[in-house]
Design a protein around this ligand. Structure first.
Ligand code: NOJ
Length: 754
């Protein structure tokens, strides 16, 4: 076994540079904390002013007149360092004026807000953006959000959310980039770059990688629930996106609500101090989640606010969001020697450093005309492009899509004209009148006589059962386009679902529509993959649209009409039924793996015979082991054929680079953009390794008949993992490698590491 010290990552994710290979075992945390540099300004501050920098307050004065005397006094006395939720430039400027001219310290405030997938121009939810597998587009989307938000005085966002999400019951999966550590890492870097732009630029806003760490592993997919993550898993799966964000220069990191292996993340010195500060060398700001320091009390981890403040402070927290345990207790904790002033100075320095990098000392006020920055044609065009590339064509029997020209379309369903719901979760500043719905878009494309519309149900959750009028309308059409799924409120924070099927009576509606005998195209908008086992056979075509944002309507209409090609790929494994969750492609190898071919539908067999036929394998007897659709899956209107897998060598040394290539040919009649995925499997190791792991991907566009050779490089960085002792190791032996269209198919090769 060869052990490495931790890789130093430069230049994004690829091109990783390793420190010298060492035969000695060294645990990942045995590294020193980055030297805390103290800002010269800190010496001139009083204790109160220092503690004030650590406070982030929620204040929503809508107008200057709403600013209370108490709030003015708090700023004047330096009792607050940042605000969240002041989305009004005049109010922000007035609060800033007090800080800059009436306070003694004259440290600018910074205004924060959850700008998650757009400010006014709303892009697809992060899960939808992940389905684009297009980091450049994700970066541009974050840039648009930053330009719009900064025009309102917002210079700090709480995004990207990079929690690995393997359980789609969890409502916040919609805010994530899905289940894969590599894809999430790549998109985390893109997103940080987009938000932060150039240092000192007035449109640069501080990004926040959140929630540190493991929040997506909430047991049972129930929000705020306990998480248990063994350390090798933490290091191999949950931490890499945060490491990538740190290396990309993310200015802040938010701690999570959950307790991790018994210690609340917001008071967890192991993850904050040892992992983030020492192992990753992170020198930026660490901010709590809303009240999460105070919540150490209901967690039963602190007996009162004073103890909560001490634990969080000493664990490494810099900024306390909303709750005021620091403000109330740090004087006496300092006095009693329970926390140190040098630590306080380091925290204040990090906060001031962030404000300096944002250029707030030079330009504390927001100027310019937000109207010119917001909802520009360019922003809307980008949002439409992102929506288009997020659409995943999952099924297309008998090529029902693209829709034939000149036919009558019946557009039916609760989300076909749902301007608010198509925006999804976390759209604090969006206005539904800025959305273009699917109905709006079809009205522009089709003549009135060729378009029929019915909402069919009051909402995605409602339980109508009489669809007679809808069916009458459907019978008059040549093709039915059903637009359903989950309205926005069914996903997001505190909106986990125990049953992830189509809500309300939508399954019934789909069955009834199918009975008309018309081709049925389903377009689903939802915050998560939906369990469609009971209804998918009724759908001739299926397009997953996530919550596509302001411009979702035109994107969907263009795709359905064949004015654009489907390019999206799943960033999550799609279950057949909720009971399969948690479900993810990179599962560790089982001692009794289920195999393709030994599973037959239970209905066809007496149970005994069925069990006999399937054996004692790693599956469910009623649903097997396969997902509905694998991670990475997505169809196009054309056909990409993979061939000629080539490996530059059969055997490599640990320091060698292996080149893997394959030919991708468009054998269809339309252009295709294929997301070519590179997976590996370490066949025998000292820890059970995943059956596949994504290591890279490339998007390649091919004209009909065109072929291209796609080449990847595999280095030791791709082959290494954290073993049981938390050493970063490559273990010599056999590896499988795939160049593949998704996590279940592809061309498979084999090589040996000496
Ligand atoms: C709670 C959420 O967990 C977090 O993601 C968000 O940024 C904060 N509230 C601030 O609104």
């Amino acid at each position: 076994m060869l052990r490495f010290s931790h890789p130093l990552r430069r230049d994004g994710l690829r091109g990783l540079i390793f420190l010298a290979i060492t035969a000695a075992s060294s645990t990942v945390w045995a590294q020193t904390s980055p030297a805390a540099k103290v800002d010269p300004l800190v010496d001139s501050l009083t204790l109160r002013q220092k503690i004030g920098q650590l406070q982030q307050s929620n204040a929503e004065p809508k107008t200057i007149a709403d600013i209370s005397d108490e709030l003015r006094a708090a700023i004047r006395e330096g009792r607050v360092g940042s605000f969240l939720n002041v989305p009004n430039p005049e109010v922000a400027n007035e609060l800033q004026r007090i800080a800059m001219t009436e306070s003694e310290a004259k440290i600018p405030l910074v205004f924060a807000r959850d700008v998650i997938h757009g400010y006014r121009t709303i892009f697809p939810t992060p899960l939808g953006q992940a389905a684009t597998w297009n980091p450049e587009l994700v970066e541009k989307g974050a840039r648009v959000a930053a330009v719009e938000a900064s025009s309102m005085g917002i210079r700090w966002t709480f995004a990207p959310m990079i929690d690995i999400s393997r359980d789609s019951r969890w409502g916040r999966i919609t805010e994530s980039f899905g289940e894969d550590p590599y894809l999430t890492s790549v998109l985390a870097v893109a997103s940080v770059r987009g938000y932060q732009g150039k240092e000192g630029d007035p449109t640069s806003i501080a990004a926040t990688a959140k929630h540190f760490v493991g929040y997506g592993a909430a047991e049972g997919g129930r929000d705020y629930n306990v998480t248990y993550i063994p350390e090798p898993l933490l290091h191999n799966v949950y931490l890499p996106p945060f490491k990538a964000a740190v290396d990309a220069g993310v200015m802040s990191i938010m701690t999570a609500f959950n307790d991790l292996n018994g210690v609340p993340a917001s008071g967890n010195d192991y993850i904050i101090d040892r992992v983030l500060r020492r192992e990753f060398g992170y020198n930026g700001v660490i901010v709590s989640d809303w009240d999460s320091v105070l919540e150490l009390i209901p967690h039963g981890f602190a007996e009162d606010k004073k103890q909560a403040a001490r634990i969080a402070f000493n664990a490494g927290m810099d900024v306390e969001m909303v709750s005021t345990t620091f403000q109330e207790n740090l004087f006496s904790l300092l006095d009693g020697g329970k926390v140190s002033e040098s630590e306080l100075n380091a925290k204040v320095s990090r906060i001031i450093d962030m404000k300096r990098k944002l250029g707030l000392f030079e330009q504390p006020y927001v100027s310019g005309d937000p109207e010119k920055a917001i909802l520009t044609d360019e922003h809307k065009a980008l949002a439409e492009q992102a929506a288009l590339e997020s659409l995943v064509l999952l099924k297309n029997d008998k090529q029902v899509l693209p829709l034939a020209r000149g036919k009558t379309v019946a557009l039916i369903g609760p989300l076909a004209h749902a301007a608010h719901d198509q925006l999804g979760s976390w759209v604090l500043d969006a206005k539904k009148q800025d959305s273009v719905t699917v109905l709006d878009a079809f009205r522009k494309i089709l003549p009135e006589s060729k378009l029929l519309y019915s909402q069919a149900m009051y909402s995605s959750r409602s339980r109508e059962t009489d669809f007679s009028q809808v069916l009458e309308l459907a019978r008059k059409a040549d093709v039915i386009v059903f637009v359903g799924g989950e309205e926005a409120v069914l996903s997001g924070e505190a909106h986990s679902r125990a049953d992830t099927r189509l809500p309300g009576t939508q399954e019934l509606l789909v069955r009834e529509l199918k009975k008309t005998g018309k081709p049925l195209v389903a377009v689903l908008m939802a915050g998560r993959p939906l369990a469609l086992n009971d209804v998918i056979s009724e759908m001739d075509a299926l397009v997953m649209a996530w919550h596509p944002g302001s411009m979702g309507g035109p994107a969907i209409a263009r795709l359905l009409m064949g004015d654009a090609e489907p390019v999206g790929r799943l960033p999550v494994t799609w279950p057949k039924v909720t009971g399969q969750l948690p479900l993810y492609y990179n599962r560790p190898s089982s001692g009794r793996p289920a195999e393709e071919g030994n599973f037959t539908q239970m209905d066809d067999f007496p149970l005994e015979a069925f069990q006999h036929s399937t054996g004692h394998k790693n599956h469910y007897i009623d649903i097997g082991f396969k997902p509905q659709f694998p991670f990475g899956f997505g169809l196009s209107y054309s056909n990409a054929v993979y061939s000629d897998l080539k490996l530059s060598k059969k055997t490599i040394g640990v320091n060698d680079t292996l080149e893997v290539s394959a030919k991708i040919r468009n054998s269809g009649k339309r252009p295709v953009t294929e997301t070519v995925q590179l997976y590996i499997r370490d066949l025998v190791a000292s820890s059970v390794r995943p059956v596949r792991e994504l290591k890279n991907f490339q998007r390649v566009t091919l004209k009909p008949g065109e072929a291209k050779v796609v080449k990847f490089k595999l280095t030791k960085d791709d082959l290494a993992f954290y073993n049981q002792q938390l050493n970063w190791v490559v273990e010599p032996g056999e590896f499988h490698v795939w160049i593949a269209p998704n996590a279940e198919e592809g061309l498979q090769g084999q090589f040996t590491v000496r």
